[in-house]
Write a protein that binds this ligand. Structure first.
Ligand SMILES: CCCCCCCCCCCCCCCC(=O)SCCNC(=O)CCNC(=O)[C@H](O)C(C)(C)COP(=O)(O)OP(=O)(O)OC[C@H]1O[C@@H](n2cnc3c(N)ncnc32)[C@H](O)[C@@H]1OP(=O)(O)O
Ligand SMILES: NC(=O)C1=CN([C@@H]2O[C@H](COP(=O)(O)OP(=O)(O)OC[C@H]3O[C@@H](n4cnc5c(N)ncnc54)[C@H](OP(=O)(O)O)[C@@H]3O)[C@@H](O)[C@H]2O)C=CC1
Length: 515
């Protein structure tokens, strides 16, 4: 049987969401490990004042593609951008492009989605559900299509504790919801959203669950597979360790902790942190594409792409390794020394938010005002609190995912394919991965230079001295204002000091006796 890269040779691949985090890694891996792939057709929209071609040009210059560039400097010739806005009727693809796609595409990877947790329901439905429906109807017209791979999320059914590799009944019939939301005013939709999403935490997980159902209902005779990654993090091995280019999921939290801004967050130390490296997800996705096309399973296979059941790691351990990495490799211009703690206790968290977030932010903003600058720290903290408030749901509890299909797929691969498209997370060394992840946020998200680390360390030492000075001033102030002015406080103070002195003398005496 053909190996994975042999199977992709000569194939035309359609990718949605190619400009996103996972889409880019998917393209890179296809170009590097399947060099004979014929062409990658990518659906791209103009954005932020850049045309479609400018965006694609910029993307190909990205460091992620360095290894592909080395192997094949003309790799860009294999990338064919197609103008498309997924929220528009017919995905806003021109008739000529529809003609091209329907006549040549062999496999579709549908990655595009809105992954925002606070997306208004109508927009999330438009992109995550209706666009999926439209893409499936385009796929039905493709004359040479061999597989359609839909990227979902392991949290689509996060209202369940145990999640099997099946498509669960939808919370509501997608077509009925689409029809009703069409005529509703945005304010009415906003009012009824909490009732609709029910026991799911946001419109993202809700619409991803509906999208799975649409994939099942509209797949017709297509060979379909659904990939459900958990929390997608930086790359583990490929194209190099620690690749990450966004603030989503834990990345923004790691950065905030490394900058010394985040000091406390609600999360359970003992809950499993179901992170999955992006290269693992992409290797599994490409292998699933091959398997779906070659073996044509009778029903759509769902792959839960998770680590928790195979090689568990916990949020408490993540906190420890993130902190220790950022102490050794500090970020530039940290606000305070990195020292974040997670707690599952609501009151303790609120206390630390007040003492370690809001109070320093107020003082710093006061300092900025006094020195004629614009206050900014409180605004940054308000944004951070919004983000951690939305993420805490995922870091405070555990889920159990069945991953039989991932294991089955691994057993179907040849030894060579298992090496080239490695998704065996049993080999993942978490401390090393988290260290590379944190360094990746420094290098690729913040674009900081590793050669500036000595200066960053010097800055941390300066912050430590400021803290010592501040604490000393505070102690003297408390002494002068409260203790020195009241006889009773002075008596208590002398009592505590003499008690400490007696203890010290006692330990010194007993240690001299035992020598
Ligand atoms: C040491 C401790 C260990 C414990 C550590 C626990 C981690 C626990 C993670 C659980 C993770 C679950 C993940 C589920 C797994 C999926 O299924 S997948 C998809 C994951 N999706 C996401 O992560 C998207 C979440 N993000 C959002 O929904 C929106 O960005 C937010 C958080 C609501 C913010 O919206 P907004 O206020 O409109 O702001 P937005 O324009 O998006 O960004 C504003 C700024 O904040 C930055 N930002 C965005 N997101 C973040 C963030 N998460 N953090 C900080 N900054 C951020 C942006 O880069 C931007 O910066 P500037 O460009 O302005 O400088
Ligand atoms: N990141 C994660 O932790 C996880 C992600 N997933 C799933 O993986 C998939 C990819 O996620 P990820 O790469 O992280 O997401 P990104 O937000 O990085 O990428 C989203 C992609 O979708 C495209 N897109 C969004 N809206 C439109 C639109 N209206 N028209 C055309 N294209 C559009 C974006 O294009 P543009 O650049 O133009 O905005 C971008 O290419 C999603 O389906 C997500 O649900 C699942 C589990 C976890």
């Amino acid at each position: 049987m053909a190996s994975i890269s042999e199977w992709y040779a000569g194939k035309n691949v359609l990718i949605t969401g190619a400009t996103g985090f996972m889409g880019k890694v998917l393209m890179e891996k296809l170009l590097r490990s399947c060099p004979d792939v014929k062409a990658l057709y990518i659906l791209v929209r103009p954005k932020a004042g850049q045309s479609m071609s400018e965006r694609v040009q910029d993307m190909m210059m990205c460091k992620l593609f360095d290894r592909v560039r080395e192997d094949n400097p003309d790799f860009h010739q294999k990338i064919i951008p197609i103008s498309s806005e997924l929220t528009q009727p017919g995905l806003a693809i021109s008739p000529e492009d529809v003609q091209t796609l329907t006549s040549c595409i062999n496999i579709v990877f549908h990655c595009a989605a809105t992954i925002r947790f606070d997306e208004p329901l109508k927009h999330a439905l438009q992109l995550n559900v209706i666009a999926t429906q439209q893409l499936l109807s385009l796929a039905q017209q493709m004359q040479h299509l061999q597989a359609f791979i839909h990227i979902s999320t392991a949290y689509a059914n996060c209202n369940r504790r145990h999640i099997d590799e099946v498509i669960y009944p939808p919370p509501v019939e997608p077509k009925k919801l689409i029809d009703s939301l069409e005529w509703m005013d945005d304010s009415i939709i906003c009012d009824i959203t909490p009732r609709l999403i029910g026991d799911r935490p946001n419109t993202y997980t809700y619409t991803k669950a509906l999208a799975e159902c649409v994939v099942q209902q509209e797949s017709g005779k297509l060979n379909i597979a659904i990939i459900r990654p958990s929390i997608v993090g930086a790359s583990w091995q490929e194209p190099f360790p620690g690749w990450i280019d966004n603030f989503n999921g834990p990345s923004g939290i790691f950065i905030a902790a490394g900058k010394g801004i985040l000091r406390t967050m609600r999360a359970s130390n003992d809950a499993v942190a179901d992170l999955i490296p992006v290269d693992v997800v992409i290797n599994l996705t490409l292998a699933a594409g091959w398997y779906t096309a070659v073996h044509r399973p009778k029903t759509a296979l769902v792959y839960n792409c998770t680590t928790g059941g195979i090689n568990p790691f916990h949020w408490g351990e993540i906190e420890h390794h993130v902190m220790s990495t950022f102490k050794r490799n500090p970020l530039e211009q940290a606000f305070r020394r990195p020292n974040a703690n997670i707690t599952s206790n609501y009151l303790i968290n609120q206390y630390w938010i007040l003492v370690s977030h809001k109070f320093p932010a107020l003082i710093y903003d006061l300092f900025l005002r006094l020195s004629g600058q614009k206050p900014q720290m409180m605004r940054i903290f308000n944004r951070l609190h919004k983000a951690i408030g939305l993420l805490a749901y995922f870091s405070s509890q555990d889920w159990e995912w069945n991953s039989d299909n991932m294991n089955m797929l691994m057993n179907q691969l040849s030894a060579d394919d298992r090496r080239t498209f490695n998704f065996d997370v049993r080999q993942l060394n978490w401390p090393e991965y988290i260290e590379n992840y944190c360094i990746g946020t420094k290098k690729y998200v913040l674009n900081e230079d590793m050669s500036d680390i000595p200066a960053a360390r010097q800055h941390l030492r300066k912050l430590r001295n400021i803290r010592y000075t501040f604490n000393t001033v505070l102690l003297v102030f408390i002494w002068r204002v409260f203790i020195a002015r009241s006889q009773m406080a002075r008596n208590i103070w002398y009592f505590v000091v003499s008690l400490c002195y007696k203890f010290l003398s006692y330990f010194r005496a007993s240690s001299t006796l035992t020598q």
